[in-house]
Design a protein around this ligand. Structure first.
Ligand SMILES: *[C@@H]1O[C@H](CO)[C@@H](O)[C@H](O)[C@H]1NC(C)=O
Ligand SMILES: *[C@@H]1O[C@H](CO)[C@@H](O)[C@H](O)[C@H]1NC(C)=O
Ligand SMILES: *[C@@H]1O[C@H](CO)[C@@H](O)[C@H](O)[C@H]1NC(C)=O
Ligand SMILES: *[C@@H]1O[C@H](CO)[C@@H](O)[C@H](O)[C@H]1NC(C)=O
Length: 429
């Protein structure tokens, strides 16, 4: 059957529109917690033909990077090109360079390659990677087993060498950066799919049920306005991860913790460490890469001391690494929000407090032992004074407004008799 050519043209043009139909206002992607590395993982599809790509989420990461050196087959991968818009958005090498042994990518046949460090923040490795583009497809779920696929044809990513993925969970070949840059996953999805430059993050504490990341505007929950408190996201003008990038702003999310309270009592600590200094040191940031909150040594010691004092009626037992304060769990009651222990408050703006309860502060290391889930950052690696890690973020709804530079946080959803894995059920109730 011969179709009139004008109709054929019409059909071809409408196909991309039909496949993504009306513009979504949210894209919902499940997040899985890996039981051996405690990394939080997502799955997207990439390349032509599309294949599943597993990535570790890096909340403060600059961009999406994935290994290209081995097993990357695609007819649509393109070099980011030297001095192109993509190259500039990536804040990549100003003077493009020829590929050397450090680089790998589709543009390596040309003399000028737009490259950038792909940062593996798990093992603290940054290696040169070519800026490239390829198709990605995201299957947005509705929580009832129905999915809808959205394509971004020229998604900018860093094409990395195989060794770049060392230390990532099994089957994972890269990281999905959600940071405050022009090419992070939320920002590129927002521009390609006309979403608001916002996202919500809800990490599950379980390795058997998933959490979610929701790209686009809120509300992310039927009751956001009642459960969220807000604080400003602060820009650290100095990149804290990679020494050679110190000249540019950090893509990570910092918040202004003014003091810490345990059982409503102020912990005596050096508050200068809570400020970001002109070298970019100090302050507080959020991380999905650190499984537990990491504290600068003097803050760590002060927090342990205050917590142990408040819990003095409970038998302390030998510490189990990496934790410093462990207790006999038989002496600790339970509550809706986990083990009944003194609350830990991060005091932010005036009257804005992020209260953490037992479910987020305590870690069960065995049947009889519960440990305070904070770890000592030690001197040599100390840069940021407080890095709030995954365990402390789980079963909390966090919202990131990249336009207004605001963080919304719910504190423990367990209080509301729900968890991050109930996310869709909750919002559709
Ligand atoms: C890229 O742009 C810069 C500044 O505009 C220029 O100095 C440089 O020569 C350009 N590089 C190439 C390879 O075109
Ligand atoms: C999208 O996800 C749903 C389940 O959430 C699944 O049934 C469907 O096959 C997926 N589609 C694609 C193209 O991956
Ligand atoms: C507090 O920390 C700052 C920054 O590290 C340091 O310069 C200062 O000496 C400390 N103050 C006290 C009293 O330890
Ligand atoms: C110890 O104190 C905590 C916090 O005040 C309390 O929740 C717990 O029930 C007490 N435990 C015992 C054994 O008295």
């Amino acid at each position: 059957m011969a179709l009139p050519s004008s109709l054929l043209l019409f059909l071809l043009c409408s196909l991309p529109l039909l496949s993504s139909s009306a513009e979504p206002n949210q894209i919902v992607l499940p997040i899985y917690k890996d039981s051996s590395t405690l990394q939080y993982l997502i799955q997207i599809k990439q390349r032509t033909p599309l294949v599943p790509v597993h990535l570790t989420i890096d909340l403060g990461g600059r961009a999406l990077w994935t290994v290209c050196e081995t097993g990357y087959i695609s007819t649509t991968i393109r070099s980011g090109g030297c001095n192109t818009t993509q190259c500039q958005l990536a804040q990549a090498s100003k003077s493009c360079e020829p590929c050397s042994w450090t680089l790998y990518g589709p543009g390596c046949t040309q003399s000028d390659t737009c490259w950038r460090f792909a940062e593996n923040t798990v093992i603290r490795l940054a290696a040169g990677a070519e800026v490239a583009t390829d198709v990605i497809a995201i299957n947005s779920t509705d929580g009832k087993g129905r999915g809808k696929v959205f394509n971004v044809p020229q998604f900018v990513f860093f094409c990395a060498r195989t060794m770049n993925a060392d230390g990532l969970a099994e089957g994972v070949t890269g990281m999905a950066g959600l940071g405050r840059t022009k090419i992070s996953l939320p920002v590129q999805l927002a521009s390609a799919l006309n979403l608001k430059r916002n996202f919500g993050l809800c990490l599950s504490s379980s390795t058997t049920t998933n959490g979610v990341v929701i790209f686009g505007d809120g509300p992310y929950n039927f009751d956001d306005s009642n459960i969220l408190k807000y604080t400003s996201l602060i820009v650290n003008k100095v990149n804290t991860q990679v020494q050679v990038l110190r000249g540019e702003a950090s893509p990570e999310y910092f918040i202004g913790v003014k003091s810490i309270k345990i059982n409503n009592k102020i912990v005596n600590l050096n508050t200068t460490l809570l400020q970001i200094d002109n070298r970019g040191f100090g302050g507080t940031r959020l991380s999905t890469v650190n499984p537990y909150t990491v504290l600068e040594t003097s803050i760590y010691n002060a927090v342990i001391k205050a917590f142990v004092t408040e819990l003095k009626n409970v038998t302390r037992v030998p510490a189990v690494a990496p934790f410093g304060a462990c207790f006999n769990s038989k002496n600790i009651g339970s509550s809706r929000v986990g083990p009944a222990v003194p609350s830990i408050d991060l005091v932010l703006e005036k009257d804005v407090v992020w209260r953490m309860f037992g479910a987020n502060t305590m870690v069960r290391v065995n049947k009889d032992v519960l440990c305070l889930g904070f770890v000592d950052g030690g001197e040599p690696t100390f840069i940021t004074s407080i890095v709030i890690g995954g365990h402390q973020l789980e079963d909390n709804l966090l919202t990131f407004d990249l336009v207004k530079s605001k963080l919304g946080f719910s504190s423990s959803l367990l209080f509301r008799q729900t968890t991050c894995s109930n996310y869709r059920l909750m919002s559709e109730a």
